[in-house]
Design a protein around this ligand. Sequence first.
Ligand SMILES: NC(=O)c1ccc[n+]([C@@H]2O[C@H](COP(=O)([O-])OP(=O)(O)OC[C@H]3O[C@@H](n4cnc5c(N)ncnc54)[C@H](OP(=O)(O)O)[C@@H]3O)[C@@H](O)[C@H]2O)c1
Length: 241
Amino acid sequence: MSQQKIALVTGANKGIGYEIAAGLGALGWNVGIGARDDQRRETAVEKLRAAGVEAFGVPLDVTDDASVTAAAHLIDQHAGGLDVLVNNAGITGGVPQEPTRVDPATIRRVVETNVIGVIRVTNAMLPMLRRSASPRIVNMSSSVGSLTRQSTPGAETGPISAAYAPSKSFLNAVTIQYVKELAGTGILINAGCPGFTATDLNGFRGVRTPQQGAAIAITLATLPDDGPTGGFFEDDGEVPW
Ligand SMILES: NC(=O)c1ccc[n+]([C@@H]2O[C@H](COP(=O)([O-])OP(=O)(O)OC[C@H]3O[C@@H](n4cnc5c(N)ncnc54)[C@H](OP(=O)(O)O)[C@@H]3O)[C@@H](O)[C@H]2O)c1
């Protein structure tokens, strides 16, 4: 594998994912732009290239087995491997999400993308990550998935939700299981929270810019070999599970 780092960012056509790709690209990395919509993906790739980033499009729907398998094949063929996977793609599932009113189909859809999608993509990319000298996996979680904060009176944890927030708790739990299984492989695996960021996800009500939201993922993607693994981080430090 060449010295240049190769990354895949899922859901990189807009929002925080786009800025993670831009940030890694600015470091000279070759960045795969994982996105499910052809037009949105190509527009993002062109914009990144115009900004000097070495970006390549990766057709990717994280809920679709065949799409994910094809994405891994494309990356291996195009780039020859993968050093860093940023599992960023995510959905909220919309409203209502109060546990007494939520449609079970909403929960299934959110878990399929936010949790099973991460497992599907991670497992497809693992053979390439195992070949990397400094592999990293970053799972974009959310502090709303922190059970500690959810159960702390007065903590800011967003609206009551039976789908989105629990999907991030689930993702955190799965992240820890990967850490345990892959201990000793050299793969550093961490969860990150971008903070409340102005994107489509929340109707642009967030207070942070997408660039600010991308910062923690870029930090976790570029950890040194003796960096942490099995943690949950935001810009201010560790988030309690
Ligand atoms: N914004 C916040 O305040 C905030 C806070 C905490 C955590 N997060 C997390 O940060 C991550 C990025 O969120 P964001 O705010 O940047 O949201 P966003 O602007 O809505 O972007 C979400 C991205 O995920 C993609 N995506 C959704 N479903 C997908 C699928 N099945 N396959 C492939 N891509 C899919 C979207 O693609 P399309 O354009 O095709 O829909 C889009 O590129 C998410 O995991 C989110 O939960 C965000």
